[in-house]
Design a protein around this ligand. Structure first.
Ligand code: FNR
Length: 379
């Protein structure tokens, strides 16, 4: 309504409302190298495309005589009450998507303004303490890429705790980078160009392992990072990960029900069903198709979901299929590239407004009213 009334007053909206226009304007704003990094996926990107099109195979039944004049999109997650199920998925090096290069801080400010939590990547451009300082009263989560150096992993988690993060998300599907033709053809690894090192070069454990300081020898620091970054964890590492923190522990990248059961047995607090937005493995199953099996195996444990969310209706469908909270990735990075904090706020508010309106029109006043029976398979 706010937007329509502004339109009546002759105000032309600053940011686009369709995903396609958002993406095409972001492409122009980011330039070829960053665009291919953010927009690209693994292989010929069929899994990435399938992630989004999977939502088209579900239709929501409209229900009448419900009088859904007021909606409540709030959710309980790890003892916190969030205003909606939406959160921002971790995006490494997202800082570069903002014109001033401090996009992690701009995103954190968008979290503060909207109440939509940000999961800050290990690969932020600014140190995690500075990102956390911008969250205001919105809870933030820290995403851990587990280094091979256990002491460094412990240090990162303890810093995140100290900085006030409210949960630790351990990403399991990216200990090695997937086959990404767009990045390969632009020889474009922003991570390797040293923009992702802030959480390492600011870390006492990381610094202690270097012969010279990162300020004196940035190349040496980057080499050390490359050595410790990728840890092909096994189930044997889960008890150690669990022992690192009392904060809620969430494992990201889980799609198979058996993995859910093992993670649950290992004492995690939440399962994060995701295929990394199709960036890691091509030819896999769309994350949405994995969601029902994950939810069933999770058996009451919170399930976070991402990969392919492009509209507010997608959020509603993911919740109906059992997601407790729903993450969005690329769309907010595009918003960031167009207008910093304002651009991210625009994308988040648009997604939520569309979800809320759908729930109004189709007669689902609360998230609890959305169940798998609210949906019908249409293709
Ligand atoms: C990611 N993703 C990601 N995940 C993670 O756990 N740590 C990270 O540092 C990153 N980095 C990253 C960079 C970029 C450019 C993208 C697009 C994504 C994956 C992310 O958290 C999420 O799983 C997907 O982005 C969700 O899919 P959509 O919404 O982009 O389709």
């Amino acid at each position: 309504n706010e937007i329509f009334f502004e339109g009546l007053g002759g105000v032309v909206p600053r940011f686009p409302f369709t995903y396609e226009e958002l993406a095409s304007r972001a492409e122009a704003a980011l330039g070829p190298s960053l665009w291919s990094y953010v927009a690209g996926g693994a292989g010929d990107e069929r899994t990435q495309r399938a992630n989004a099109s999977a939502f088209e195979r579900w239709g929501l039944y409209p229900r009448m005589f419900v009088g859904a004049a007021r909606r409540d999109l709030s959710v309980e997650l790890f003892g916190m009450t969030l205003p909606s199920p939406l959160f921002m998925a971790p995006i490494g090096v997202i800082g570069l998507c903002a014109q001033d290069g401090h996009g992690d801080l701009a995103t954190a400010r968008a979290a503060a303004r909207t109440g939509v939590p940000m999961v800050a990547s290990t690969l932020t451009v600014d140190p995690l303490e500075e990102v956390a300082a911008e969250f205001g009263s919105t809870p933030g989560f820290f995403q851990l890429y587990t280094p091979t150096d256990r002491e460094l992993a412990e240090s990162l988690v303890h810093r995140a705790e100290k900085a006030g993060f409210k949960a630790i998300v351990v990403t399991l599907d990216t200990w090695v980078t997937g086959w990404r033709p767009r990045d390969l053809s632009t020889a474009n690894f922003p991570q390797l160009r040293g923009h992702c090192l802030a959480n390492y070069t600011s870390d006492p454990v990381f610094r202690a392992a270097l012969d010279r300081t990162p300020e004196e020898d940035p190349r040496g620091a980057a080499m050390r990072w490359a050595q410790v970054f990728g840890n092909p964890l096994t189930w044997d590492d889960l008890p150690w990960l669990r022992s690192l923190t009392e904060l809620p522990l969430i494992v990201k990248g889980i799609c198979h029900p058996e993995d859910v059961r093992r993670a649950k047995d290992g004492g995690v607090d939440g399962i994060y069903c995701s295929n990394h937005g199709g960036r890691q493995a091509n030819g896999g199953l769309p994350a949405l198709d994995a969601l029902p099996g994950v939810v069933e195996a999770a058996d009451g444990l919170p399930v976070l979901f991402d990969s392919g969310i492009r509209t507010g209706t997608d959020i509603v469908k993911a919740v109906a299929l059992g997601a407790t909270a729903v993450g969005v990735g690329r769309p907010y990075a595009y918003g960031l590239s167009l207008g910093g904090t304002d651009g991210v706020v625009h994308v988040l508010r648009s997604l939520l407004a569309e979800a809320d309106l759908l729930m109004a029109v189709d007669g689902y006043p609360t998230l609890a009213d959305l169940t798998p029976e609210s949906l019908r398979r249409v293709l």
